[in-house]
Design a protein around this ligand. Structure first.
Ligand code: NCD
Length: 303
C-alpha cells in the first residue's frame, strides 16, 4: 500500500504518468465519472483549509465516490485527547483513502505508519504540502509544456511557506532549473533547503528586490506571509505587505512569464493583475482537482 507524504515519494517517471492521467481526466471527464463508485475518501483536517479540502472532496465526487471527514480539530476526537495513530486506525474502518492536514510536522507520517488505507499528506505545519506541489507541477507542465529549462522566482514567505519547500524539493530533480529566492531577510528559505541545493550543485540566488530579477523569470511563484506561523503580530504587520505584484511590475516581466500562487491570496497580488493572460493562479486551482483525481485513482490502484 502506498501513501503520499512528500512529492519525492513518486519517481519523476511516475509523476509523468500521474500528469498524463490528470490531463486525460481533464480532456475526458465522463470516462472517469463513476470509477470510484462505492469508495470513500476521509478528509481529516486538523487545521483550517477550504481550498485543499474542497479540492479533495470535489476530486472524489467527480470520480463518483463519497466523502466523509472533519474540518477542524475541535470537531474531532482530538479535542478529547485522541492520538493521530488511534484516529487513523478508526478512520481505516470507515474509508478507503484519507487526506490529512495537521499543524504538526510529521503527523500524517505517524498516521500513515499505523494506517490500513492510503494516507495523503494534505499539509503538515510548515513542512510539506505535496498535493499543492503536484498541482504546481501539473500547471507548469500543462501551460509551459515542460518541467525543465527555466528560471523560477519564489517570492514572499520562503521561511514558513510549506508549498515553497515542497516545490523546491520537487523541482530539484529536473534539468536546468535556476532558482531565485525573493524574500525579506527574516523570511529566507530554511538552511536545510539551501544545503540540499548546494549538495546537488543546483543554481540559486537569494535577493530582496523583486523588480531587479523580474525580467529574468520564466515563472513567478508568489506566496502569502504565513500569519499563523508567526510568533508575534508586530513582525507579521511589518512584513505582510513587503511584496505586492502590480500591473506596473508585470511590465518588467517576459511576455510569457507565468504567475503562480497556491492561494489564498491576501495583498501580495493586486487584483488588477488577474486579467493579465500570464496570471495562472485560478487555472492552477482547476489543475489541482485533476491532479488529486489522478492521485486518488493511482493510490487506490484503479488507474
Ligand atoms: C497553502 C497552504 O495551505 O500551505 N494553501 C493551499 O493549500 N492552497 C498556502 C497558504 O496557506 O498560504
Amino acid at each position: 500500500m502506498r501513501h503520499l507524504m512528500s512529492p519525492l515519494d513518486f519517481s519523476a517517471e511516475e509523476l509523468e504518468k500521474l500528469f498524463d492521467l490528470a490531463n486525460d481526466i481533464e480532456n475526458n471527464p465522463a470516462k472517469y465519472a463513476h470509477i470510484c463508485a462505492g469508495k470513500k475518501l476521509a478528509t481529516c483536517f486538523y487545521e483550517p483549509s477550504t481550498r485543499t479540502r474542497l479540492s479533495f472532496e470535489s476530486a472524489m465526487l467527480n470520480l463518483g465516490g463519497n466523502v466523509i471527514g472533519f474540518s477542524d480539530a475541535n470537531s474531532s476526537s482530538a479535542s478529547k485527547g485522541e492520538s493521530v495513530s488511534d484516529t487513523i486506525r478508526v478512520i481505516s474502518c470507515f474509508a478507503d483513502i484519507c487526506a490529512m492536514r495537521h499543524p504538526k510536522e510529521g503527523a500524517p507520517m505517524v498516521a500513515a505508519s499505523k494506517s490500513k488505507i492510503p494516507v495523503i499528506n494534505a499539509g503538515d505545519g510548515g513542512h510539506q504540502h505535496p498535493t499543492q506541489t503536484l498541482t504546481d507541477l501539473l500547471t507548469i507542465r500543462s501551460l509551459k509544456g515542460r518541467l525543465n529549462h527555466f528560471t523560477i522566482g519564489l517570492c514572499g514567505d520562503l521561511k514558513f511557506g510549506r508549498t515553497v519547500h515542497s516545490l523546491i524539493n520537487a523541482l530539484s530533480r529536473y534539468e536546468d532549473i535556476s532558482f531565485i529566492f525573493i524574500s525579506p531577510e527574516e523570511l529566507r528559505v530554511p538552511d536545510y533547503i539551501i544545503d540540499m541545493l548546494k549538495e546537488k550543485n543546483l543554481s540559486y540566488k537569494e535577493v530582496i528586490s523583486l523588480d531587479d530579477v523580474m525580467p529574468e523569470l520564466d515563472l513567478l511563484y508568489m506566496t502569502r506571509v504565513q500569519k499563523e506561523r508567526f510568533f508575534n503580530e508586530e513582525d507579521y504587520i511589518r512584513l505582510k505587505d513587503f511584496y505586492i505584484l502590480t500591473k506596473a511590475k508585470m511590465e518588467l516581466a517576459k511576455p510569457d512569464m507565468l504567475v503562480l500562487h497556491p492561494l489564498p491570496r491576501v495583498n501580495e497580488i493586486s487584483v488588477e493583475v488577474d486579467d493579465d493572460p500570464r496570471a495562472a493562479y485560478f487555472k492552477q486551482v482547476q489543475y489541482g482537482v485533476y491532479v488529486r483525481m489522478a492521485l486518488i485513482l493511482t493510490l487506490l490502484e484503479l488507474a
